[in-house]
Ligand binder design. Structure first.
Ligand code: GLY
Length: 572
């Protein structure tokens, strides 16, 4: 198998420099002044928190973690400390780190936990106590900061705690999400106490949302470190609530949680190194796989000749990759996930199955080379941060669907995730996102559910040129692919690449999803290629944040124009 064309790099190329998960926390290097930094998030208050971190002498890692902690307060329907995250870091010294803060299934979890009378009950994995995995965000943020940041955890937690205590006006997106999940949130007393007014209505756009319990939790973590969360009052409160309400998570599950530093995936695409997140993310694997499938095509020439044919070919690549995702992907600590999925030759063979004039059915997954022996050791938000020293960061964080399990644990203010729904609750039964999975992604104690989160950093000749990631379930993977193809192949300016209407194919259902803003004549042509088209309603094709360079050498942060967000540059 020709493996010389691509590498799954053990990132620094020097394995001994690659930290092991059991290594004790190392003190961060002495701070070096950041000449300029950039940050892009979906919420202006979070972007401001990132700018504040730069101002206090922080680097891009500090700025990204400050923003992520603030998003947990001001954008809690998408992410928060009751959820998980993946953090991808390219350091100024050229090393890269993938920090896995994905949730884990509790020790008592088992394959049949979402079956009743032998039948899967999807609701159980989406709402309430069984939906939740042990949260990983705090452990991952702390690990990123201690090893790669300049500032202390307490310095970044306090500004977010102040916003939680004093309140902030709800924006239109949060108010809409609150209204659409209100009936489920009100089933849980602490959730009701936070998100509903005395008159019984949920808070609306422009109204002040205060979260005093969450402020207290943030301050407890600031005082006592992650132990306050994993071994102290939060673990205790969750375990008590779970045992009273039919859940499985115990204080021991919290105490046993560990963020993991993993080997990032690097694949070469047209002379660029694309760094992605390994399993339990499916993003890194399938962005690399799709790029490998597309590389034999001259996409730029195709775009100039017939832009709709380009969309058709990209859709076919998505379909092939998602068929593999459904079968092969899961937490590689538990399941056999073949490295051959990102083999260049495998990608080339799959590319030969694409008919450039016609949609081709993909009946089942492929068989990557050496699939038995060569294995990987896995509603959401994305933060992009970069500084001029060369520290570039991509954090994707999530509680899964809006407000996760809808449970706020009394006394903590913490919204618990519903990440258990990202397991295949039953082979062939689609989850919230319509994704099907197989045995590799079945529930098991301590296992991490498969994710689509795809924080990605692209290098040219060792220099970071793009950090990109997205929210949107499986559409995360395809958004990252489109951002890379549109900037590298089509040479679009970054803002245009992100604003352009998107397509998404996830193999099952066999439909090509297109954003409503796509030109009707393009949709018509895609139908003529043989695609069954599903036009997505407003705002539903995900949200991307990215940072690149302007031609004048300035950092260029971009937030997705589909929702209100903020992208800013800090200049001292
Ligand atoms: N919960 C969405 C994902 O991780 O893919």
């Amino acid at each position: 198998m020709p493996r010389n064309c691509f590498l799954i790099l053990l990132m620094s190329l020097c394995h001994s420099a690659w930290p092991n998960t059991s290594v004790a926390w190392q003190a961060a290097d002495a701070p070096i002044a950041v000449e300029a930094g950039a940050i892009a998030t979906v919420q202006p208050l979070a972007t401001e928190a990132g700018l504040g971190a730069y101002q206090r002498g922080g680097n891009a890692i500090d700025a990204a973690v400050a923003a992520a902690l603030t998003l947990g307060v001001v954008d809690g329907h998408n992410s928060g400390i009751g959820g998980g995250c993946f953090i991808l870091i390219h350091r100024a010294d050229g090393t890269a780190f993938a920090i896995d803060g994905r949730e884990t299934a509790p020790a008592a979890a088992h394959e049949n936990m979402f079956l009743r009378d032998g039948k899967p009950q999807a609701g159980l994995s989406e709402t309430g106590p069984l939906a939740t995995g042990v949260p990983g965000a705090i452990a991952a943020y702390y690990r990123a900061l201690r090893r790669h940041g300049n500032l202390s955890f307490a310095e970044l937690l306090e500004p977010a705690a102040q916003i939680a205590e004093n309140g902030f006006p709800l924006d239109s997106v949060s108010a809409r999400r609150l209204a659409s999940t209100a009936d489920k949130l009100m089933q849980f007393s602490a959730s009701k106490a936070i998100y509903f007014k005395p008159n019984g209505h949920p808070y609306g756009e422009g109204e002040l949302l205060k979260q005093p319990d969450l402020a207290q939790t943030y301050r407890g973590i600031a005082r006592q470190g992650p132990d306050y969360f994993y071994r102290g009052p939060v673990a205790q409160a969750v375990s008590e609530w779970m045992s009273k309400n039919g859940g499985m998570i115990t204080a021991n599950d919290f105490g046993n949680y560990e963020a993991k530093t993993r080997d990032a995936i690097v694949t070469n695409y047209r002379g660029y190194d694309v760094i992605g997140f390994p399993p339990p993310s499916s993003g890194g694997v399938h962005v690399a796989e799709m790029l490998n499938i597309l590389e034999p095509f001259d996409l730029r020439a195709m775009h100039q000749r017939d832009p709709v044919q380009l969309l058709h070919v990209i859709a076919e690549a998505m379909k092939l990759a998602f068929a593999d995702r459904a079968y092969w992907l899961g937490d590689a600590d538990f399941a056999d996930v073949p490295r051959g999925l990102i083999d260049k030759e495998y990608g080339r063979l799959l590319s030969q199955r694409i008919n450039v004039d016609r949609a081709t059915p993909v009946p089942e997954h492929g068989e990557p080379p050496q699939w038995k022996s060569d294995l990987f050791e896995r509603h959401t938000t994305h933060v992009a941060a970069a500084d001029k020293l060369g520290n570039w960061v991509a954090i994707t964080a999530t509680v899964n669907t809006s407000f996760g399990s809808k449970v706020v644990v009394p006394g903590t203010g913490v919204v618990l995730n519903n990440q258990m729904d990202d397991f295949s609750v039953f082979p062939g039964v689609p989850n919230f996102f319509g994704l099907v999975g197989a045995i590799n992604n079945a529930v098991a104690p301590g296992k991490r559910p498969l994710s689509s989160m795809s924080p990605t950093i692209v290098l040219k000749d060792g220099r970071p040129v793009l950090t990109v990631g997205a929210a949107g379930g499986p559409k995360i993977i395809t958004q990252v692919l489109l951002a890379i193809v549109r900037t590298i192949d089509l040479q679009m300016p970054l803002d245009e690449a992100i604003a352009q209407p998107r397509i998404h194919h996830q193999w099952s259902p066999d439909k090509l999803m297109v954003e409503h803003s796509m030109d009707a004549t393009i949709i018509q042509r895609l139908k003529q290629f043989g695609h069954v088209i599903d036009v997505l309603p407003l705002h539903s094709a995900g949200v991307t944040q990215a940072i690149g360079w302007k031609s004048n050498g300035q950092l260029w942060p971009v937030h997705d124009p589909r929702i209100p967000g903020q992208a800013s540059v800090y200049v001292p």
